[in-house]
Design a protein around this ligand. Structure first.
Ligand code: BYC
Length: 331
């Protein structure tokens, strides 16, 4: 039997213990991935693959849950009953996405408690986009249109991720995100066709959310330490830059159609490339937000911490109830 030493990475990015992997099993695993077979929870997998998945899926789950905060903040201030009903449904969907994703991550041997602790202690990340404030109603429209639009672009390829539970969770998530994107665009369209003040509010929201939306796809490919391995394992199917380009190409005509402009002097159609050239996001800002220095990062983490602490009695009651039922069945 051939063996191979693999240095696993811990959840917070520190080098983990040396793991001795069986080279035959590793080769069989890589062949299955290359043949586009799904890897399932009980299948053998390299430790580094498992850790990478826990990192990405848990961060994805945290993003869904933290992402409820900026929108939830506007439920009571939605301008009409129809908009309120739509926003309520959308925020509930995000909670559902978080739950499917936590469940998918749990199939890899971690627990909800461990993942939550990693978030609350700053060892696990959530999407940079949710560290920006929602100042006006138009921000809610912009989030639906741009943030959910970027999320779909990123998540459609994840439906073919090599890990079965993650890929399958993405199928339902993508269907719902598609509705989210459309309702956001429709709300933005209504504002852009409204009074001059409403149109100015829509334009202001677009100006503030455009660049952070481009940052959602992650750092440029040449500064993305995880991409190469994740692409080889077919967790990621397309690179950060490729998805960012697709998002720009999809969104520019949508902005034009409703008479809004994108705040990018370098934006122009490139005939040879068949896509738009566009400016460079402020990557220093991106890395600062990733480090936890975003404009409302403290408020977001405080809200999560408070929710976890004030929900402790609910978790304890649910566990006590489950224990009682188990004891009754065992008797
Ligand atoms: N924000 O090597 P890279 C939603 C980190 S929620 C924060 O390219 P990777 C919604 C990255 O983690 C949908 N951190 O990493 C919800 C890595 O650090 P670590 C959210 C970021 O993983 C409610 C380092 O930078 N979607 O739609 O190969 C309401 C280097 O990056 C970000 C997902 O979570 C970022 N934007 O690729 C409305 C999608 N970008 O972990 C809407 C799933 C990078 O090594 N995730 N970093 O310490 C992914 O597809 C990938 O993880 C990423 C990054 C493309 C984001």
């Amino acid at each position: 039997m051939y063996v191979q030493e693999v240095r696993a990475t811990s959840l917070d990015g520190r080098p983990g213990p040396l793991v001795i992997e069986d080279a035959d099993r590793l080769a069989a695993f890589e062949a299955r991935v290359a043949a586009d077979e799904f890897i399932e929870p009980k299948d053998w997998m390299p430790e580094a693959y498992r850790k990478t998945l826990v990192r990405q899926i848990s961060q994805h789950a945290h993003s869904e849950i933290v992402g409820m905060l900026p929108e939830g903040n506007w439920i009571s201030r939605a301008p009409t009953l129809r908009r309120k009903a739509i926003l309520l449904a959308k925020v509930q969907d995000e909670a559902g996405h978080g739950l499917y994703l936590y469940c998918a991550a749990e199939t890899l041997g971690t627990s909800r408690d461990e993942m939550t602790q990693a978030l609350l202690e700053g060892r696990a990340k959530y999407s940079t986009i949710f560290n920006y404030p929602t100042l006006t109603w138009a921000d809610i429209a912009a989030i639906g249109w741009l943030v959910d639009g970027a999320a779909i672009m990123n998540q459609v390829p994840l439906q073919r991720a090599s890990y079965g539970p993650y890929a399958r969770a993405m199928v339902k998530v993508c269907k719902e995100e598609s509705f989210h994107q459309r309702q956001g665009y429709e709300a933005m369209m209504a504002l852009a066709a409204g009074t001059p003040e409403q149109k100015a509010m829509a334009q202001d929201a677009l100006d503030r959310w455009w660049w952070p939306s481009l940052m959602m796809f992650g750092p440029p490919d040449d500064q993305s330490p995880n991409s190469e391995q994740s692409m080889r394992w077919r967790i990621k199917r397309e690179s950060n830059d490729a998805l960012r380009q697709k998002f720009v190409d999809m969104t520019v005509p949508q902005a034009e159609l409703i008479g809004l402009s994108l705040s990018d002097a370098d934006l122009k159609w490139n005939k040879e490339k068949g896509g738009y050239d566009f400016g460079t996001p402020d990557w220093d800002e991106f890395f600062a937000v990733v480090r936890g220095e975003g404009p409302v990062a403290r408020e977001r983490m405080k809200a999560r911490r408070d929710a976890w602490e004030s929900g402790a009695w609910v978790r304890a009651a649910a566990m006590a109830h489950a224990d009682k039922r188990a004891a009754r069945f065992a008797a």
